[in-house]
Design a binder for this molecule. Structure first.
Ligand SMILES: [Fe+2]
Ligand SMILES: [Fe+2]
Length: 227
């Protein structure tokens, strides 16, 4: 049977990987220590012994340098900040009842719009186009929150939203701490300053949320349950 070779990889450890196509299927055959010298790649299937025929697919990684990892993670937080500014925070502001919480969310929405601008500026400092990467962690938090709202009485909505806000701020804090560490290591001092501005406001927002959550939790524990 004729076999077309799509890729021929030589790994650092000397292991060879051929990616082949036979008829309609694409698969990779790890040839390990087998001597393939003198064997035409087109005959590789006939050569490959059945004892070594476990098919594995190895793709070349697209992120290979600390700088690429940094810009990828920057795209991740850009996705989060844009979503928060355009959808999530306006939705929370519309649904919460506690006035102090509502005012805090409105303030953080204004800050979040600046966070978007700061992250875009970091991209521009690096000479890169600001490209958002879908953040699966944030999407998970959002899905969990949506499910929680369906399952919970509307009387408890502020507590549910305070929990979601605290989780999101913690996520952002971890993201910015990682980003500022990478920017520092790469010698991008101006980027460190911009990331620190965002990080400081996330930490302050978390402190506010925790303070309000303590009051709301204590108050609601004293009240009889209602629908
Ligand atoms: Fe933010
Ligand atoms: Fe935030």
């Amino acid at each position: 049977m004729r076999v077309d070779v799509l890729n021929d990889f030589e790994h650092e450890d000397g292991e060879r990987l051929l990616e082949i196509r036979d008829d309609e299927r694409a698969q990779s055959l790890d040839l390990g220590a087998h001597d393939v010298s003198g064997v035409s790649p087109l005959d590789i299937r006939a050569f490959t012994p059945t004892s070594h025929s476990t098919a594995t697919r190895r793709e070349m990684p697209e992120i290979t340098t600390p700088r690429e990892l940094f810009t990828h993670e920057l795209g991740d937080i850009l996705y989060v900040e844009r979503k928060l500014a355009s959808e999530t925070l306006p939705k929370l502001i519309a649904e919460v009842r506690d006035e102090e919480f509502k005012a805090g969310l409105e303030k953080h929405l204004r800050e979040t719009k600046q966070h978007v601008a700061n992250v875009e500026q970091v991209f521009s400092l690096l000479g890169e186009e600001a490209k958002a990467e879908k953040c699966l962690g944030f999407e998970g938090l959002k899905d969990e929150h949506d499910k929680m709202l369906e399952e919970t009485s509307t009387a408890l909505i502020d507590m549910v939203d305070l929990g979601a806000a605290a989780r999101t701020e913690n996520y952002e804090i971890a993201a910015y701490e990682g980003l500022r560490r990478m920017a520092k290591a790469l010698g991008e001092e101006k980027a460190v300053e911009l990331l620190d501005d965002n990080l400081k406001q996330e930490k302050e927002a978390l402190r506010e949320v925790e303070k309000i959550a303590t009051r709301v939790s204590n108050d609601s524990a004293k009240e009889p349950a209602s629908a």
